[in-house]
Design a protein around this ligand. Structure first.
Ligand SMILES: [Zn+2]
Length: 163
């Protein structure tokens, strides 16, 4: 995943050549160039997710110390299932178990490309629940993707951010 924006890319033997999120004119590539990390590295750095009840029926997941731009995810707990609104990059077994104890995830909705984070891995860890973006990308397509068991994104439609 990109260390600057926290967006996860499909598994590969070599890092991707570039991050289209960071190369967008609204973001930036750091002075030291494109940097990549992995879920294992984030855990090895001592990062953990915290799950906090903001109010009845509304949870927040945040990573401490923060990753990328300090994304947080909200979990709306509804009778029809739990919906993750936006996403965080760190996915670990402890967080997955904590969410399962609260009913797991039925869907993931992303409001902005900076919150794509690790939606594919969160989806795969949640019985491949649907992940969708609520906003069109610059190319005009919406990013609707599912994660398969191997953790790779399977875009339903062509989208630069998911290639
Ligand atoms: Zn990036």
């Amino acid at each position: 995943m990109c260390r600057t924006c926290g967006v996860q890319f499909a598994q590969s033997h070599a890092p991707p050549p570039r991050c289209p999120i960071c190369e967008d004119e609204r973001q930036y590539v750091g002075w030291n160039g494109q940097q990549w990390t992995t879920l294992d590295d984030l855990v090895a750095e001592g990062r953990r997710n915290t799950i906090e009840e903001l109010e009845p029926g509304l949870l927040q997941i945040a990573t401490r110390p923060p990753v990328a731009i300090g994304q947080r995810a909200l979990i709306a707990q509804t009778p029809a299932g739990n919906v993750m609104w936006d996403c965080v990059s760190l996915v670990d077994e402890e967080s997955i178990q904590a969410l399962r104890a609260r009913g797991g995830l039925s869907a993931i909705a992303i409001s902005h490309p900076h919150f794509y984070a690790s939606m594919a891995t969160w989806s795969a860890a949640s019985d491949d629940c649907r992940s969708t973006s609520t906003l069109p990308t610059r190319s005009g397509c919406s990013t609707s993707a599912r994660a398969c068991a191997c953790g790779r994104l399977k875009p339903r439609r062509s989208c630069q951010a998911l290639r």
